[in-house]
Design a protein around this ligand. Structure first.
Ligand code: CP
Length: 317
């Protein structure tokens, strides 16, 4: 297996099967710190730089919390408007990251431009972690999701995954790339204007990912082991920020999962994941069902980032 030491985590396209399991094993080893709410010293000599050009609640704070849990330090920005990249100068990715590498040992970036983390990695010699780039990918979220499925169900192979929502979403891209490494057939449900793009479908076909597009959750929920949800009432991920303005739409029934539908149709052991934030596609009364795993998923988000930081910084091999 390739070493993670010094590696950029930009995409799940190039993640190999055994590397997922190595990450999950390190998660298991480090999980007690997060579970017991204590901080260790594995990364006490190291500093994380967070460079977030788009809003985030979970990804930035889970990555920062992971660094603190392992005894490391954190510097960074959560709003590029407070930097020279967001004012008159519009400082380039090249100049910004060429400099940020002097401020820490690993950089976590979220950006509204697809490919910005890869561009940052060209100019920084320390590992760069993609925390979401436009509509591109969201590898740390999907590693969290796969770790959650694996730890809840004991396997990834043989599970049928129902993907519901906007298929242009970066999470959906990373998830479907990852499925190429496992025996995980997918059902894909989205509004026509948010369906898988032809170029992405061609890539999935080339990678031998098995997926079937269906019009409505209701048609296939009975077959799903994992229900993976994203909103269809969505922000534009190519913008640095989108304010809530005026009336927001509601989610058509075909793209919702309700408590009543779960009771009537879902497998008794089906689990629901959602990267959050949610809109009305996943009503709050689903939280109290045995299917909900998105709060465990949120906890695992810290564990997964601990594992990735420890691996790319060489604290574990
Ligand atoms: N899951 C996720 O990416 O959430 P944030 O946008 O809050 O980081």
């Amino acid at each position: 297996m390739r070493s993670f030491l010094g590696r950029d985590i930009l995409s799940l396209k190039d993640f190999e099967r055994m590397e997922y399991f190595r990450v999950f094993q390190v998660c298991e080893d480090l999980k007690p710190y997060a579970r017991d709410r204590r901080n260790g010293d594995l990364l006490k000599e190291k500093t994380l730089v967070t460079a977030f050009y788009q809003p985030s609640t979970r990804t930035r704070l889970a990555t920062e919390a992971a660094m603190h849990r392992l005894g490391g330090r954190v510097v960074g920005f959560s709003d590029a408007k407070m930097t020279r990249a967001g004012d008159f100068y519009q400082e380039s990715i090249k100049d910004t990251f060429h400099m940020l590498e002097y401020y820490g040992d690993v950089i976590a970036i979220r950006h509204f431009q697809q490919g910005a983390p890869a561009e940052a990695a060209r100019w920084a010699s320390v590992p760069v972690i993609n925390c979401g780039d436009g509509w591109g990918e969201h590898p740390t979220q999907v590693l969290t999701d796969l770790y959650t499925i694996w730890s809840e169900r004991g396997t990834l192979d043989g599970l049928k995954v129902l993907c519901v929502g906007d298929m242009r979403m970066r999470t959906m891209h990373s998830l479907l790339y990852a499925m190429s490494q496992f025996d995980m057939p997918a059902f894909v449900v989205s509004p026509p204007e948010m369906s898988l793009l032809p170029q992405f479908k061609a890539e999935l076909d080339e990678r031998n990912v098995l997926y079937t597009e269906v019009p409505s959750v209701e048609d296939v929920i009975a077959e799903a082991d994992v229900i993976y949800m994203e909103p269809v009432v969505q922000a534009d991920y190519t913008k640095s920020r989108e304010e809530a303005a005026g009336e927001r739409g509601t989610t058509p029934a075909a793209y919702k999962v309700t408590r009543e539908m779960l009771r009537r149709k879902a497998k008794r052991d089906a689990i629901i994941l959602h990267s959050l934030p949610r809109m009305d596609e996943l009503p709050e009364d689903v939280d109290a069902t045995r299917h909900a795993r998105y709060w465990i998923e949120a906890f695992n988000g810290v564990v997964l980032r601990m594992a990735l930081l420890a691996l790319v910084l060489g604290a574990v091999e």
